[in-house]
Design a protein around this ligand. Structure first.
Ligand code: AMP
Length: 440
């Protein structure tokens, strides 16, 4: 399907072409026609699927463009409001709106905490008609008199499950109550637990539910791998995997701020440039770290789930789960940082004994058995734990069997006069490595 069939305006089609968006992603294909038609929707879609454009493009088309230069009276006229759980996600959505809206008079303002209200107030006054914000900061502006939601025509709750998980339900309700009842409402959520359904019921009018196949999402573009390792070997293994494979852009996930800092220290000790983003880091530091990572000034960004939620790092080749997330659904979010919109990626999870059951649960969730990442050639094999030794033995047995099977097949083919044929035993990888080195 092409964007043209979605009945978007010529100027928007031109912008999409400039951005090299050849065709709509699944969520865009499903939601754009409904949103252009001003239908309320409840959609499941992870970041990395093109979710932002799926609501921003119809938003740009539906909102009336200003024909006059903004006057002081127009300064508080916010026509669309997007609520998101984290500052990073707010900034990202805002940046995408600006990119998609370059041919429109629409303009967006990002409202998030950690910086003074002043600059945001100026941006609203300068004529922004789309506001993207965290719930707390949106309420701050309302209290401050710098934001008025009386004329909101469209409201989007992005990553609603995360906002609820973070305890923002009352703030969400307060904000919604300040918008006109006639508004067009959209809600995105990775999961549909009861509190989400309750919110959806009160917030949406006869909504249409859109689900994107999770199995497809997780397994289509991301090569999911595991390495069984003892807890104490995780750190040296992480460093070695990155160094030996010369990985240049790796996002490492961990569950605690303390662990994130510890990982950064260890990586730095191995001369790997790394920074952490987590809740204890100031807004400025988080942005700096993210920018440095995007500009490839550092090769590893270590993040906790909340800090990394929704981060859009284009073409990220590697994600490593230093440990499995506390919440299985977050696994999908984590690996969604790689394999974005048509790119291939790889997600490696370091699994110790106590995580094995959870790994099985995750494999059921994504409906896929993960491949074992071989650490052959890494010095770590000298400090191998009993568990890992057992797993390695199994791998070795399997590869011996595979070798035997190959020899047998070659013999049979030679007998049948088919000549020597190589049976591929490796999946297509995305990295160019010297032949002598094992890739995984
Ligand atoms: P999102 O899920 O909105 O965070 O988008 C993930 C990434 O996919 C972003 O880098 C977008 O710029 C990109 N993207 C979104 N839609 C498309 C598309 N139709 N074709 C190619 N890239 C896209």
């Amino acid at each position: 399907m092409s964007f043209k069939t979605l009945k978007l305006s010529t100027k928007l089609l031109q912008t999409l072409e400039d951005l090299n968006y050849d065709e709509p992603t699944e969520i865009q294909e499903k939601s754009i026609p409904l949103l252009l038609d001003k239908k309320d929707i409840l959609a499941t879609s992870q970041t990395g699927t093109g979710k932002t454009a799926s609501f921003v493009l119809p938003m740009l088309e539906n909102l009336e463009e200003s024909t006059v230069v903004k006057t002081a009276d127009a300064r508080y006229k916010i026509q669309a409001l997007i609520l998101a759980p984290t500052r990073e996600l707010v900034i990202q959505i805002h940046e995408k709106i600006e990119a998609y809206a370059k041919e429109y008079t629409h303009s967006s303002v990002a409202l998030y905490g950690g910086i003074k209200l002043g600059s945001q107030v100026s941006a609203i006054r300068a004529g922004a008609n789309i506001a993207v914000g965290t719930t707390g900061r949106v309420l701050d502006h309302i209290k401050n008199g710098s934001l008025n939601l009386d004329e909101v025509e469209m409201i989007v709750l992005d990553e609603a499950d995360k906002m609820l998980e973070m305890g923002f339900i009352d703030e969400i309700r307060k904000i919604i109550a300040l918008t006109p009842k006639t508004r067009h409402s959209v809600m995105f959520s990775a999961t549909f637990p009861k509190p989400i359904m309750t919110l959806a019921k009160s917030f949406l009018r006869q909504s249409i539910t859109i689900e994107i196949d999770k199995e497809n999402l997780a397994t289509k573009q991301v090569r999911q791998m595991v390495n069984h390792v003892s807890e104490e070997d995780k750190m040296p293994l992480l460093c070695e995997v990155i160094v030996k494979n010369s990985w240049q852009q790796v996002l490492v996930f961990t569950n605690t701020k303390l662990q994130a800092d510890k990982i950064v220290e260890n990586l730095k000790a191995k001369k790997i440039k790394a920074l952490a983003i987590h809740g204890d880091k100031s807004q400025g530091m988080r942005k700096e770290a993210l920018d440095a990572f995007k500009l490839e000034e550092i090769s590893v960004l270590v993040a906790t789930d909340v800090a990394a939620r929704g981060l859009d790092i284009i073409n990220l080749p590697h994600v490593i789960n230093f440990e499995l997330p506390l919440n299985n659904e977050d696994y999908i979010h984590r690996i969604g940082r790689t394999g974005r919109a048509g790119q291939n990626g790889m997600a490696l999870s370091l699994i110790c004994d106590k995580e094995k059951i959870q790994l099985e649960e995750i494999e059921t969730l994504v409906n896929s058995k993960m491949e074992v990442f071989e650490t052959e050639g890494l010095t770590l094999s000298t400090s191998i734990s009993p568990t890992n030794r057992k797993v390695k033995k199994e791998i070795k047995k399997k590869s011996v069997n595979l070798k035997k099977a190959k020899e047998l097949a070659e013999k049979m083919m030679a007998k049948e006069g088919m000549g020597k044929k190589v049976i591929p035993n490796k999946k297509k990888g995305e990295h160019k490595k010297p032949k002598s080195k094992r890739h995984f």
